[in-house]
Design a protein around this ligand. Sequence first.
Ligand SMILES: NC(=O)C[C@H](N)C(=O)O
Length: 561
Amino acid sequence: MADVEVEPVAAKMEGLEVEKVASAPMEKYSQRVLVKTILGREDGGVGLLGQTIIVGGWVKTGRSSANVSFVELNDGSCPANLQGKYVAALRIANGNYVFMCPERIVSHASYIEVVVEPHIEGASHVTLTGTSILVEGFLKEPPTEELKLKQKVELSVVKFIHIGTVDSKNYPISKTRLKLETLREYLHLRPRTNTISAIARVRNALAFASHTFFNQNKFLYVHTPILTTSDCEGAGEMFQVTTLLNDAEKRKQEIPPTLMVMPGESQPEALAKAPKLIAGIPHREDGKIDYTADFFARQAFLTVSGQLQVEGYACALGSVYTFGPTFRAENSHTTRHLAEFWMIEPEIAFADLKDDMNCAEDYIKFLCQWLLDHCLDDMEFLAKMYDKTAVERLRMVASTPFVRITYTEAVETLQKVKKKKFEKKVEWGIDLASEHERYLTEEIYKKPVIVYNYPKDIKAFYMRLNDDGKTVAAMDVLVPKVGELVGGSQREERLDVLIQRLEEMKLPKEPYEWYLDLRRFGTVKHAGFGLGFERMILFATGIENIRDVIPFPRYPGRADL
Ligand SMILES: NC(=O)C[C@H](N)C(=O)O
């Protein structure tokens, strides 16, 4: 509830019945009522007639003539929807009603008309797209029956509390429909668009749903580090951390010896060359500055996955998960890769691959159902604009058992495909490419597919070796539109086998000593997976490019803003 209850004086002035008005609460920490608080009510705001309220937002579109001005005010609280828009519409007039886009607004209380008498100060400054306004007015009934069909309440302006003008010639997003690609140039302004704001709400809902799912199932949320020396995937796709302390003076301090690894060099090779300090800067024996040791004279990287660390917590607390940004230094320019992306990684003690697959399937279904229950307006808007099948897909995924096939079966199935020629030939042992993954889910099974028991040579060292000696207990969840959504495995809990796997893969043992401890001291079978959060949003919304589903995408060449 608001601490400030505005007296409905203006309503009285209009001769409205104001004895019994429900109140539209102001935001607790903001000086306005959200449009959603009014229009999101079941009665479309009727119970609030007579209330004096303050709304605030940014003008979406506006028009004015000699005696009529009209703007749509977007406060970001409501989804655009199929019938119209959840925006406040401002009309400055004392004459007849003017509709902005009547055909778009059908029988739905999706925006508020805000009527301003011409004498109101500021009335002529509020129509430009991008203008911010905070406006006080009272809710009244639209004057005609026809209008009442379209909206239940309108706001009659008493005064403008704030007007933030806009330099409209230079406002980059003043056009109503800009391509998503163009909007990427304005990452700071694009959340004002219907699409990006809908995606932001879907993203928020999926994050909340994730925490809900894992907490309901008694998983503990663990924060794993961003800076680490552990290469979880052992693939060397890590970004290195350097400091801006290039000034030798600043470095004239005792810096401990460090391990130096140059590109193309193994850690043992690097170890063989003892480090030297010259003017406080770590130098290699060959005289070159050791730029790799720039995290206070040690190496550090941005994490590729929180898995290894979260395993430590699983091996103490049972079921845990981590959720945070992860980084991959792949020079990928596809629509499905980012250099910085978010991953949700549950890890379960006393669990095997089957438990892992069950958990992943239940979790994905839960997310889909959550969007249907909590975000349908946004989902329908996105479906209408970008992918007609998106909502249907959510319903299908939420209610249909996923297909489960081994990698070997997947390869055999793909080899039988006559209709399509794959760019990459399907042979046992290959890493399935996106074209194969999508063919399985979109053409053959038409639903999510879990492929498990992959060849050990294409998977990470930590995955449990199967009895056949050729495959590991890994699983990927593949979904239509996206391909791989989840990757996970049962972990190798046997110390000797794990050491052997590290050796086979020519990975140094030393950096993983702490990880091996988890097998030395009270090892248990355990399993986990990682769900690429942005890929989940792509899959849910049908948006084509992953750069549009994260607020500030980072990809090769793009880290500004
Ligand atoms: N937690 C996981 O199993 C995810 C896996 N480490 C990956 O990055 O794909």
